[in-house]
Design a protein around this ligand. Structure first.
Ligand SMILES: [Zn+2]
Length: 619
């Protein structure tokens, strides 16, 4: 079967579907809008034009077509992206025939993982794997989940995977890099890393196997082991299950975050599809920027005493920064979510989720727990008890940025602790306010004392933002910017084929003042006069030697996504054409005046008629 062409691959991969796999897109007129995956933002400035199959971010000015998106998102070369999109559409694309480029090490590792997954999973139907299948069944994992997650088993043997991999042409170097085998100490070869373990393939959001988790079945002291970190596997970034659950998370507008893959698998099976697992680490900024594409509402169901939970309690600022609402799910009786649903059913998990408390409430509850014990044991008077609780809660309340929320919490706690005695409630609320204010003032002072100036992290202006001429005086460059804006309106209208270039006469391409605009206008005009199709993708030609610059691609994508509603106003096109032509007329006049002035300086006599005509070019 002959390989697909680039155009065929493009045709079969709708940019809306591909981008939609990473970004939650909502309709905005004829365009779609979402949060940009390439820069941090809270209000969406990432736009997709479904008709032109282009995308562009008005925040960071990235943009392009479906290939560019995959290249940026997956950090792939063009041939890699083409291959990826081809297989996504069920096409074949042979990179070797196009670019005789070596398969990257990254891809070799991914391929080794696919082979290993096939081995671990298919062995369940084999006598060597029946023990594993029984163990999965004993854990209550049903057939559907077993298939969906392609769960598996590593037999109790030193070399069954390694033998299999060798038969399937995986080199020792790559299998070792993938963390599937290890080198023997005596240098006589390799042995399997996962032995006598239930195997859970770990996938990225695209569904590619990037590593494995192994749960010991024997008496191995390491109950859980994971693939070591490598080019494709980073524990900090991975959210287990997200490839299967991102849609459910979007739809529910909430994600349940658990600590282990066994918990996530169990929740999924029991109907909590909108769940993901971190890999036993804390929730990282990488996790949050991934999750925020689907929801801002997190339900954290971590083990109460775990290191991960402690880290979360200290991460309040991180969540607030991302405008995430975080609730803590308390699982009763020290169970984990896996045990809870399997032993007590989905309903008990549902109740735990429904009674989840905010992060602040949870922290305060933790902080005051000891005092309520002391009080009930009669070691504290009522007033001592209240004072202790206020002092413990103050640092937590003081961290909240919003003054409204601080006040609401102060009142709520005072009521909780001192009701029904109204006088005591009022006094307690005042005490909390006073202490919180003092705490915040102290903190601000110490921050200022040791502060370093923040470095400016504003992105560099790109071609699309930069005025065409930055060396001119501010007023002139303002004017130039206005003209460039007019040029780009016209180019956007032409690229989106609302108007044809010959309607712009007498505005010839060389009249565009910005060099990039000129290049685009020139190409459009040539294209139309040759009676050709306007195929921007081919012109940009990112897969060829003659590929246009990155800046030009970004500009074109912006123009393709930009609104062209100005066309509705009568005379809008003519106004813009005139604006550009006026610029040249004025420039010409200015030059003539300078010329005349020079001639006068040089002692020449100048015809006064000529002079007057220039000063008043319009009369
Ligand atoms: Zn962006």
């Amino acid at each position: 079967m002959a390989g697909a062409t680039i155009d065929e691959i493009r045709e079969r991969n709708d940019v809306v579907d591909v981008v939609g796999g990473y970004v939650n897109l909502t309709k905005a007129g004829a365009r779609l809008r979402g949060l940009c995956p390439f820069h941090q933002e809270k209000t969406p400035s990432f736009m997709v034009n479904p008709e032109k199959q282009f995308w562009h971010c008005f925040g960071c000015h990235e943009g392009g077509d479906v290939f560019t998106f995959v290249m940026k998102m997956e950090k792939m070369s063009f041939p890699e992206a083409a291959e990826h999109l081809a297989s996504r559409a069920g096409l074949t694309f042979s990179r070797s025939q196009r670019t005789p480029q070596e398969e990257t090490r990254r891809q070799k590792i991914l391929r080794a993982n696919i082979e290993a997954e096939r081995f671990f999973h298919s062995i369940l139907n084999d006598t060597r794997g029946s023990h594993g299948l029984t163990k999965w069944q004993e854990r209550g994992v049903d057939e559907g989940i077993l298939q969906q997650y392609r769960l598996g088993y590593a037999p109790d043997s030193w070399d069954s995977l390694w033998t299999y991999l060798q038969r399937h042409k995986t080199s020792a170097d790559i299998a070792e890099a993938a963390g599937l085998i290890r080198r023997r100490n005596d240098g006589t070869g390799h042995y399997d890393y996962f032995r006598n373990r239930l195997i859970v393939p770990i996938r990225d959001v695209q569904g590619r196997v990037i590593g494995f988790g192994g749960r010991a079945l024997g008496d191995d002291p390491a109950k859980y082991i994971n693939s070591p970190e490598n080019e494709v596997f980073s524990k900090r970034a991975v959210l287990f299950g997200l490839d299967l659950t991102s849609r459910a998370i979007s739809e529910a507008d909430a994600a349940i975050v658990v600590e282990g893959y066994m918990d996530q698998i169990a929740l999924h099976q029991y109907g909590f599809v909108n769940s993901v697992a971190t890999m036993g680490t804390a929730i990282t900024p990488e996790h949050l920027s991934r999750l925020v594409r689907y929801t801002r509402n997190l339900y954290i169901a971590y083990d109460a005493d775990s290191a991960g939970m402690n880290a979360i309690l200290r991460s309040a600022g991180l969540f607030e920064e991302q405008e995430m609402s975080v609730r803590i799910v308390e699982i009763p009786d020290g169970l984990d979510p896996d045990d809870l649903v399997r032993k007590r059913g989905a309903e008990s998990m549902r109740q735990a989720v429904d009674s989840a408390v905010s992060l602040v409430d949870y922290r305060i509850r933790q902080a005051i727990r000891q005092f309520s014990e002391n009080k009930s044991a009669g070691r504290l008077s009522e007033d001592e008890y209240t004072a202790q609780m206020i002092l413990s809660a103050v640092p937590i309340i003081a961290e909240i940025v919003s003054p409204v929320q601080r006040e609401a919490l102060a009142v709520k706690l005072a009521q909780e602790w001192c009701s029904p005695d109204l006088q005591r409630v009022t006094r307690a609320a005042e005490a909390i306010r006073r202490e919180v204010d003092m705490h915040r003032r102290r903190r601000t002072r110490s921050e200022h004392a040791g502060s370093t100036p923040h470095s400016s992290r504003r992105p560099q202006p790109t071609a699309a933002q930069r005025p065409a001429s930055s060396s001119e005086s501010p007023t002139i460059s303002m004017k130039v910017r206005g003209i460039v804006r007019a040029e780009r309106d016209l180019l956007a209208a032409m690229l989106q084929r609302d108007i044809l270039p010959d309607l712009l006469e007498p505005l010839r391409p060389e009249k565009f003042i910005d060099p990039q605009d000129r290049e685009i206008a020139g190409w459009l005009t040539r294209q139309v006069s040759a009676g050709g199709e306007i195929s921007v993708e081919q012109w940009l030609g990112q897969d060829t030697e003659s590929a246009k610059s990155d800046d030009l691609r970004k500009l074109v994508s912006e123009l393709l996504v930009q609104e062209t509603s100005f066309l509705k106003n009568e005379g809008a096109v003519d106004d813009r054409v005139r604006k550009i032509l006026d610029y040249w007329k004025k420039k010409e006049t200015r030059e003539k005046i300078e010329n005349l002035a020079k001639r006068i300086d040089a002692g020449e006599t100048v015809d006064s008629e000529e002079w007057n005509r220039l000063q008043f070019p319009c009369t």
